[in-house]
Design a protein around this ligand. Structure first.
Ligand code: PLP
Length: 425
């Protein structure tokens, strides 16, 4: 690795300096964006190999190019590890990202104009669940359901059943990127059955927690299709997986390739295999448990300081703070105050937010990345203290600069995985 980095520094100092700067930024800050993580050194090493040179259109044993003796073996191993880890009848490991995995799944089982039930964006759903600005939102008829404000955000499954009977969806979709609670997969399955629809769960955020057995696996409740990213709580390279039952296998494979994509990224698929092997080890179960314990610790510390949390708390790895109610700050100003002390989080719309998306009422935080760095519950209490201090005094430059010094010194006690010594630009 170091030899390659020297080569890059000699040949393209601008890019080498920017990568070095990013290493320092990652080392010296606390990463609380719940979709981010630090991948393994083994994954970084796998991504930088000659596998990136290889075209492998098709699937193992049925490729459109020769020279596949090693790529076939790699993809077979990746598929088998994904199947075993998630108890899936079939796995497709080729989607280039989370967006592509969902597009492939929709296009495998829907015709243009078909109806899909999906969670409202401001209540926790994701852009790829048919947001009007997305191509999928133009192609299919997404009908949105919401969470309940005063029931810890629980979904009203009776109302959802009534909506399903009225709108006759072909697909009942659940999954989220900003919902801090669990879902009743059995209820979704029954609703799908009542109208003859397929049940699909997008577990992009929680894939690692499900793999580790810390959160429930929708496949165990009879879901037809489950999608997950590999780079969030699963701690692998940037990629997506589609897991499904045998009945959907052919349609899913044809939808990924040749339906949606061309040549798969074999360096990424190999790195996915490496991450999946790690996720099957006992240490990964400990990691997932700690991610949840850390989220509880953050929630407890923030609530004790009077911070208002959407749904009142969390059952998973993420929290949504109502920053307008708590500090009189919109999410963007809260994000900026935290950024100035070296804490990365992102602004977030709250359910039925009256404010515009770029100046929303909330902020989203999560624990997968901080937990990977070895931070535990005691550290979460310190982090909550810094956050509240910064958001209460967003215009106090001297205070923010002192907090930033404390955060930087704190971070240097927790090495960045895969980076022995961050090189300043
Ligand atoms: C992150 C995410 C995606 C999209 O993943 P990308 O890799 O960014 O395309 C899809 N669904 C959910 C629920 C997500 O959180």
């Amino acid at each position: 690795m170091d030899h390659h980095r020297q080569l890059l520094a000699d040949n393209d100092p601008e890019i080498a300096a920017a990568i070095g700067g990013e290493e320092v930024r990652q080392r010296d800050g606390i990463e609380l964006i719940p979709s981010e993580n630090y991948t393994y050194p083994e994954v970084l090493a796998t991504l930088g190999t000659v596998l990136t040179n290889k075209y492998a259109e098709g699937y193992p044993g049925r490729r459109y190019y020769g020279g596949q003796q090693f790529t076939d073996r790699i993809e077979d191993i990746a598929r088998e590890r994904a199947r075993a880890l998630f108890r899936a009848e079939h796995a497709n490991v080729q989607p280039l990202s989370g967006s592509a995995m969902n597009q492939a799944a929709y296009l495998a089982c829907l015709q243009p104009g078909d109806t899909v039930l999906a969670m409202d964006l401001s209540h926790g759903g994701h852009l790829t669940h048919g947001a009007p600005v997305s191509h999928m939102g133009r192609l299919f008829n997404f009908v949105r359901y919401k969470t309940r404000h005063n029931q810890q955000g629980a979904i009203d499954y009776d109302a959802l059943m009534a909506t399903a009977l009225e709108t006759r969806p072909k697909l009942v979709l659940c999954g989220f990127s900003s919902y801090p609670r669990g879902l009743d997969y059995g209820a979704f399955r029954r609703i799908a059955d009542a109208v003859g629809a397929l049940a699909m769960a997008d577990i992009a955020h929680i894939g690692g927690l499900v793999a580790a057995g810390a959160l429930r696996n929708p496949l165990d409740d009879g879901f037809d299709i489950v999608t997950t990213t590999v780079h969030k709580s699963l701690r692998g390279p940037r990629a997506g997986l589609v897991l499904c039952r045998s009945a959907q296998a052919k349609a899913i494979d044809a939808s990924v390739f040749p339906g949606l994509q061309g040549g798969p990224h074999m360096h990424t698929i190999a790195a996915t295999a490496v991450a999946l092997r790690k996720a099957a080890e006992p240490a990964f179960r400990d990691y997932a448990r700690q991610v949840l314990a850390n989220a509880q610790a953050l929630a407890t510390a923030l609530l004790a300081q009077g911070v208002s949390l959407i749904t009142g708390g969390t059952d998973n790895h993420l929290l949504v703070l109502h920053t307008i109610d708590s500090f009189g700050l919109d999410g963007r100003r809260a994000e900026e105050a935290l950024d100035r002390i070296g804490i990365a989080a992102n602004k977030q719309v709250v359910p039925d937010d009256p404010r515009p998306p770029l100046r929303p009422s909330g902020l989203r935080i999560g624990t997968p990345a901080a937990t990977t760095r070895g931070m535990g519950e005691a550290e979460m209490h310190r982090i909550a203290g810094w956050m509240v201090d910064a958001m209460r005094h967003p215009d106090d430059a001297a205070r923010l600069s002192r907090l930033a010094d404390e955060v930087r010194a704190f971070c240097r006690q927790f090495p960045l995985p895969g980076v022995t010594e961050a090189r300043a630009a």
